[in-house]
Design a protein around this ligand. Structure first.
Ligand code: GLU
Length: 369
């Protein structure tokens, strides 16, 4: 029984520690071939598979000889540039005997966070899938700067899942899911098979990556789960460090399943909900909170406070009077413009003049939690 058989689109993320053997400074080609056999079978059965592959820095780091364990940004970028060729080649070779073609995409956060570039990347991905080729994606580490990089492919894979509306994101890792504590240090830790809601308690289980080539850790995986489930897709964490890891998962290998939110609205709303970094916060009065829940747009009269410095078109967090997060929205006005409106509204209020209220966030651009 393959419990993933009904899923049309799957995003599969492979971490550096799985793909690269540090003792040899090479890709684990035999293991990769077993994974590609599984992917070939899923592809033949009509599923669409998108691969997010790490490993560029790890591969070059072990190929280029002695190195410090903490690399400077420029060194990391140079290694990414060298290693990416090997990573792409390894995937190409592994799929060749199945006559499958790959297409490479290297993306930076701007390519997922800017709406136009996001749509552009989505179009390219859709076209690759229509050709029945397999997209192989990594962060464009060569040009991504420290301030503006994903840094881990868990969140990149989550953003890709949202971008193309995939059903499920599978994170292949060196651990078979989420535990009540870190099982490497706490022997009594128990496995959590299903997560319906990402409560504060669940989010607090996220730890850092173990030493070695991994960039993520449970923390980035839980952040990825937030992005993915808000976008209406499921996410799975399971072990990848065995032959045929996808076939093992399909037949029920231990994993944690994060369930998608039910009501996620349009593709545009899903994009807003899963933005990585909202650029500011708008606080609403109680009346506006109520109106938004009833489906209204956000008007300037309902705003009591504003934080941050953003342009029109930015995604901002919406907060209730008691500072609870209400959701997110794509604003039609810059922070400066909204501040001016608030000042003139306050003046009008004192002089009891009738004032016009402006739509700050249209209801089609609101995504409530
Ligand atoms: N993009 C990085 C690389 O290919 C890896 C990031 C990660 O491990 O999540 O080396």
């Amino acid at each position: 029984m393959n419990f993933l058989a009904e899923k049309k689109r799957l995003v599969i993320k492979i971490g550096s520690a799985l793909l690269v053997d540090p003792s040899k400074g090479a890709v684990r080609q035999e293991w990769l071939e077993t994974l590609c056999e599984d992917i070939h079978a899923a592809h033949r059965a009509g599923q669409e598979i998108i691969i997010v592959s790490s490993g560029a820095v790890a591969l070059a780091r072990h190929q280029m000889g002695p190195h410090r364990s903490r690399l400077k940004l420029g060194e990391k970028q140079a290694l990414a540039s060298i290693g990416q060729i090997g990573i792409a080649h390894a995937w190409q070779q592994a799929f060749k005997r199945h006559n499958l073609t790959i297409g490479q995409l290297l993306l930076t956060p701007e390519d997922t966070e800017d709406r136009q570039r996001h749509l552009n990347a989505r179009r390219t991905l859709e076209s690759i899938l229509r050709l029945r080729a397999l997209p192989v994606i990594n962060e464009n580490d060569v040009i991504a700067t420290e301030a503006l990089r994903f840094g881990d492919n868990d969140r990149l894979a989550a953003r890709i899942t949202q971008m193309i509306g995939a059903d499920t994101l599978i994170l292949f890792s060196d651990i078979d899911g989420l535990y009540t504590a870190d099982p490497r240090t706490t022997p009594t830790a128990t496995h959590i098979p299903r997560v319906q809601e990402l409560t504060d308690e669940i989010m607090s289980l996220g730890g850092d990556a173990p030493p070695g080539d991994s960039s993520g850790g449970m923390r980035t995986k839980l952040l990825a789960a937030q992005i993915t489930t808000r976008a209406g897709s499921d996410m799975i964490i399971t072990r990848g460090d065995r032959p045929h890891p996808l076939a093992a998962l399909q037949s029920g290998a231990l994993h944690t399943h994060f369930l998608a939110h039910d009501e996620v609205g349009s593709a545009r709303k899903r994009w807003i909900a899963s933005t990585l970094h909202p650029e500011g916060t708008i606080t609403l009065d109680a009346g506006a909170v109520d109106a938004l829940h009833k489906g209204a747009s956000l008007l300037s009269v309902g705003i009591t406070d504003i934080e941050g410095d953003f342009d029109d078109g930015a995604v901002v967090t919406l907060s209730t009077p008691s500072h609870k997060i209400l959701g997110r929205g794509l604003t039609d006005h810059s922070a400066d413009d909204i501040r001016l409106m608030l000042i003139s509204q306050a003046t009008e209020h004192h002089s009891q003049e009738h004032h016009n209220s402006t739509v700050i966030i249209h209801r089609n651009n609101l995504s409530l939690d």
